[in-house]
Design a protein around this ligand. Structure first.
Ligand code: MN
Length: 524
């Protein structure tokens, strides 16, 4: 599997763009909060605090957890709990709480705080002492290591309040426990990133297309991000103001980074196509950066004043961490951004993707995923090739694009669907296969995969669920992260994996329809 290559802007190309929205999970915090009470006296509380500090320190140092873990004083009163929850709400760097009850912490004390808390929670059900000291165990040990019942009291109140949270069970020093917390932290980071995020659409939706459209007001209410349109002319103005010097520098960067034929390089007959693409890339980057946008959409139906449909530019924007969706697909643009955040620092890439064409041989069915141009080179197997070819639609000049294969290995496709009354996430686990045949005439980047559990059932389930042809594809993001993300967002997640069968899946969709329609009425 390829390692995600960090995107480095050539200093000569783009200088001092301080507003560039870089993804950096290391700046974010989760707060480690231990529940207790006054009942045990100051000595016990001191020991609880010491143990909690040790656990927080260990989790903070765990490589599986990509954010800082900050110890918070042990909670012993309703007022302190409420104050902590409100402080968490107002701390921009705090993306969530890890809660744990070393001893017993009566949960009525937590009601007001939990009701007001707007940050994600992982309830860590662990114990300070891993083993029972069989020969020496006494009541002192019993009273110090009470998570077995203290955490049940804690869990009850979250369930009683119908609040979503992740429950992680395991010894705190175990890697598997830390990995579960890490997956949740990545989902929480992506959620934090969505709050107040701005996405821009250059032009509207592809005409008459349903699945890429949706309710942007509902999305903002539910997810926290806004989506607004700029006429492509606004972008053209920025593109046209890019200097030749900037374009020169970017073209040098292309030549240093990608395989290119001589006619595309400086002095070559078709170099102008590459320069035009480079100018568009720089314009998009400047527009996004100056506007504080975390992603964008475009559409081949609205390119007035742009020489080409953005190809290599959109590919490299994704590699830099921006979300992208083709044909006005703002939901997928936002989803790709969220998945980029979840994937921070992990092996494997993440891209906008489209189920493009099938191999329906009885010897093995495959899906070829691609797009007209815009696949992120973070999923490239080796060095990408920069090529210029005609594009059958859009009526513009031949666009430059990066062409590459995707390495074999596990991956997943995720779709965010607007069902009218609510949103659904849909996930299919896939296995990318190494291409068995060269495709010399295919001028786009692509990935070829097998679906789990198999082609027929996966596609049937996907279509029953109303999944889009556009997805966020990743070989870094895991099903667990998407599960945690859906739980934080409080929306449905339908999963198609190795265990899925069509009949049960359809029934799950029906059950979910009922659940999501009425669950909010049960909280009080
Ligand atoms: Mn498309």
């Amino acid at each position: 599997m390829s390692v995600t290559r960090p995107f480095v802007w050539n200093k000569a190309t783009v200088t001092r763009r301080k507003t560039f929205i870089k993804i950096n999970l290391k700046q974010l915090e989760v707060w480690f909060v231990t529940g207790s009470q006054h009942l045990y006296g100051p000595e016990t509380l001191k020991a609880v605090a010491k143990h909690s500090q040790e656990i927080a320190k260990t989790l903070n140092a765990a490589s599986a957890i990509p954010v800082k873990v900050i110890f918070k004083p042990v909670m012993v009163s309703p007022d302190a709990i409420t104050a902590l929850c409100m402080a968490a709400n107002n701390a921009p760097k705090c993306i969530g709480l890890i809660t744990w009850c070393h001893t017993f912490s009566p949960s009525k004390m937590w009601i007001n705080g939990i009701k007001q808390l707007r940050k994600p929670v992982a309830h860590l059900h662990t114990q300070y002492n891993r083993d029972i000291p069989w020969s020496t165990i006494d009541m002192e040990f019993m009273n110090m290591n009470q998570a077995a019942h203290g955490d049940r009291e804690h869990g009850f109140i979250w369930t009683r309040l119908r609040k979503n949270r992740k429950v992680v069970v395991g010894f705190w020093k175990e890697e598997s426990t830390q990995e579960k917390l890490g997956a949740w932290a990545r989902a929480a980071a992506a959620w934090a990133d969505w709050q107040n995020a701005k996405f821009v659409r250059f032009g509207d939706n592809m005409r008459e297309v349903a699945v890429t459209d949706g309710d942007k007001v509902s999305a903002q209410m539910k997810f926290g991000f806004s989506v607004n349109t700029h006429g492509v002319g606004d972008l053209v103005k920025v593109v046209n103001a890019i200097t030749d010097k900037q374009v020169d520098a970017l073209c040098k960067e292309y030549e240093a980074t990608y395989t290119m034929t001589a006619d595309l390089c400086e002095g070559g007959k078709r170099h102008k196509s590459v320069r035009d693409a480079g100018r568009i890339e720089l314009g998009i980057f400047q527009f996004l950066t100056e506007g504080g946008f975390k992603g964008y959409t475009d559409t081949f139906e609205d390119l007035h004043g742009l020489a080409q449909l953005p190809g290599v530019g959109s590919q490299r924007m994704m590699a830099a961490g921006f979300g992208f969706g083709g044909e006005g697909d703002w939901k997928t643009a936002a989803l790709v951004r969220a998945m980029k955040v979840m994937a921070f620092g992990l092996e494997g890439g993440t891209s906008f993707m489209e189920d493009y064409t099938y191999h329906m041989s009885p010897d093995g069915q495959l899906v070829l995923g691609s797009h007209m141009l815009e696949i992120c080179p973070s999923i490239a197997d080796g060095k990408a090739s920069l090529q210029v070819h005609p594009l059958g639609i859009g009526g513009k000049a031949d666009p430059a694009r990066l062409v590459f294969n995707t390495p074999a290995g596990a991956g997943l496709n995720v779709s965010l669907i607007d069902l009218g009354n609510r949103f659904r996430l849909l996930l299919n686990q896939v296995d990318v296969v190494a291409p068995e045949h060269a495709m010399p005439k295919l001028p786009v980047a692509q990935a070829v995969w097998q679906c789990r559990p198999n082609f027929e059932d996966a596609c049937a389930c996907w279509i029953h669920a109303g999944g889009a042809h556009h997805t966020g594809f990743s070989q870094a993001v895991t099903t667990e992260m998407i599960e945690d993300f859906a739980s934080i967002a409080d929306i449905e997640l339908a999963i198609i994996d190795a265990k899925t069968n069509v009949r049960d899946f359809q029934q799950t969709l029906r059950n979910n329809e009922v659940y999501h329609a009425i669950n909010k009425g049960w909280a009080i």
